[in-house]
Design a protein around this ligand. Structure first.
Ligand code: CA
Ligand code: CA
Length: 90
């Protein structure tokens, strides 16, 4: 019955992985980009952080919809679309 036990273990591991996936689900391109820009990981982008991306620097005021000086993930997601083919200007 060793095989069956191994199978059950694998199934248990898989279901655990599936449950854990909620926390570590693959991020969308936009979200990954946001987090790569958020150097101090405070969950928002300052003008300096945003400016580290040459394609986004200069668009800060556009992306910062409520003009509070920081771009939240929601604002980023709403304004920044990562496309396979970029080259579109705001
Ligand atoms: Ca930040
Ligand atoms: Ca804002």
């Amino acid at each position: 019955m060793k095989h069956k036990f191994a199978f059950m273990c694998a199934a248990a591991l898989l279901s655990t992985a599936a449950l854990a996936e909620d926390d570590t689900k693959p991020k969308s391109g936009v979200e990954a980009k946001f987090e790569s820009l958020d150097k101090d990981t405070d969950g928002r982008l300052s003008k300096e952080e945003l400016s580290s991306d040459s394609s986004l620097s200069g668009s800060f005021s556009t992306i910062d919809g409520d003009a509070d000086g920081y771009v939240t993930k929601e604002e980023f997601r709403a304004k920044v679309k990562t496309k396979p083919t970029s080259g579109q200007s705001f």
